[in-house]
Design a protein around this ligand. Structure first.
Ligand SMILES: Cc1cc2nc3c(=O)[nH]c(=O)nc-3n(C[C@H](O)[C@H](O)[C@H](O)COP(=O)(O)OP(=O)(O)OC[C@H]3O[C@@H](n4cnc5c(N)ncnc54)[C@H](O)[C@@H]3O)c2cc1C
Length: 432
């Protein structure tokens, strides 16, 4: 049996549901196809939904209605070695006032809700449906087939929002058949239940305040970092590893993650919690250089499927980019229907919209960030350097003190070398 729509969106993650919502609100007959039993069932991430203004234009009630957890009022970074740690933290009333700067969320709840909003706007959500292939007619996309089902879903245009591995973009010939492990990362996360009062006391939070902390130097020498985010009554704790570096190390994420949770600095933060679940997912971390061809005849690619993820080492942004690019893809499809033209001639407007958007400006601006994140010294030597310098600064033992500039120079020379440090500073300068 063939079901006909004006557009098919593959994947009901933030990119797909934002696209579907935009197009349904504009009056298009939209099929939103999701492989999970419900949207979000298979989706995991670290935990922060960054503020995004684009969704407010399509959906003004978004922040009031979305299933959010705590707003992030405090952000911290911890540099650690096996024996020491140095922690910096930023807290400001402006992050503690609406509109807030970001919230922790749960993907199964959030993704399901956003997809339902698209349904309320008129989209048809088809779950337990893995899109297997694109259907072509007269050289143009005419729909998709679903794994294990006969017939097809037909439409003159498809939005591929099927996430980082995007088989749709691959099948349309828009991205390379294989990935470069140097552009990919893998994240592992544990959800740890903890009473709300315990979280408030431990992290110094009141009302609905939340805390987001990143860790450097906790990945056993593998390029990557750790995170801990507070939900209402649970903690999201995890590690992210660059895939190429993990492979070379021969270490397993499981062992590294257990070692991380057992480090004294982390163990005391999760003590008293109860492990609820583990999950893992891949992240496209290659930045601007990783973006594939975004448009073909009858197809547009949005979100992680198009590598729209910005990992700068300071923040990891993905959901906000996914939602914004989904909205821009949706607007372009609405225009294509008005013109009744689904060729690249009209769909290339998506690229124009992207080029004017903050998404492309940010990705271009931070296009050297992946290069910086490939400096192995960030994950071993620099945390050691920071912790060692702080130890010397804080130690008072009746011996003469070294002046701070001399101390910095001595430590840099001994632990890293002046030339390497200057070269790393230059790389970071260019990247950030
Ligand atoms: C460990 C980790 C930490 C992260 N932390 C953050 C963070 O704190 N903040 C942030 O903003 N971002 C973060 N990200 C990135 C963020 O999760 C992604 O950028 C975002 O989920 C991309 O959304 P998307 O809709 O493009 O893809 P996805 O969320 O991957 O959604 C794709 C959807 O398509 C469906 N699908 C796939 N293939 C098919 C198919 N063939 N047929 C039907 N359906 C299909 C999937 O089931 C899924 O529902 C993190 C990612 C990871 C892995």
């Amino acid at each position: 049996m063939t079901r006909s729509f004006q557009v098919i969106v593959v994947g009901a993650g933030p990119a797909g549901s934002s696209a579907a919502l935009t197009m349904a609100r504009a009056g298009l007959d939209v099929a939103l196809v999701e492989r999970g039993t419900f949207p979000g069932e298979k989706n995991m991430f670290g935990g922060i939904l960054h503020r995004m203004t684009s969704i407010e234009e399509v959906f003004p009630e978004f922040w009031a209605e979305a299933p959010l957890e705590r707003h992030i009022a405090k952000k911290g970074t911890t540099f650690m070695t096996g024996e020491a740690s140095f922690h910096v933290q930023h807290e400001t009333v402006s992050f503690d006032r609406t509109p807030y700067n970001g919230y922790t969320i749960f993907r199964p709840r959030f993704d399901r809700w956003l997809a339902q909003e698209a349904v309320k706007a008129g989209a048809t959500l088809i779950t337990r449906a893995t899109v297997e292939d694109l259907v072509y007619q007269d050289g143009r996309i005419a729909g998709v087939t679903i794994l294990g089902r006969t017939g097809r879903i037909s439409a003159p245009v498809v939005v591929a929002a099927d996430g980082v591995l995007s088989f749709m973009a691959k099948k349309a010939g828009l991205r390379r058949p294989s990935f470069d492990p140097g552009q990919m990362a893998v994240g592992v996360k544990a959800l740890i239940d903890m009473p709300r009062e315990m979280i408030d006391d431990r992290f110094g939070l009141v009302r609905d305040q939340g805390f987001a902390n990143e860790f450097v130097g906790c990945t056993g020498g593998v390029r990557g970092g750790g995170f801990l985010y507070t939900n209402y009554d649970s903690l999201s704790v995890g590690l992210v590893f660059h895939l190429a570096s993990l492979r070379t190390s021969g270490k397993t994420p499981y062992d590294l993650f257990n070692a991380f949770l057992e480090q004294p600095q982390v163990a005391k933060l999760v003590r008293g919690g109860r492990l609820q679940e583990y999950s893992a997912h891949v992240i496209p971390e290659g930045g601007y250089a990783m973006i594939p061809e975004l448009v073909g005849n009858g197809i547009l690619v949005a979100g992680d499927a198009a590598a729209f993820c910005n990992a700068t080492g300071v923040n990891l942004e993905g959901i906000n980019l996914a939602s914004h690019t989904g909205i821009l893809a949706g607007r372009t499809v609405v225009e294509a229907h008005e013109r009744n033209d689904f060729t690249t001639k009209t769909l290339n407007r998506y690229k124009e919209r992207l080029n004017f958007s903050w998404v492309m400006k940010d990705l271009k601006g931070f296009r050297n960030a992946p290069k910086m994140l490939h400096i192995d010294r960030i994950y071993n030597e620099y945390p050691d350097l920071v912790c060692s310098m702080m130890e010397h600064l804080y130690r008072i033992d009746g011996t003469p003190k070294t002046s701070i500039p001399k101390l910095i120079l001595r430590e840099v020379r001994e632990k890293i070398g002046l030339g390497k440090t200057l070269s790393d500073i230059l790389t970071a300068w260019r990247a950030l």
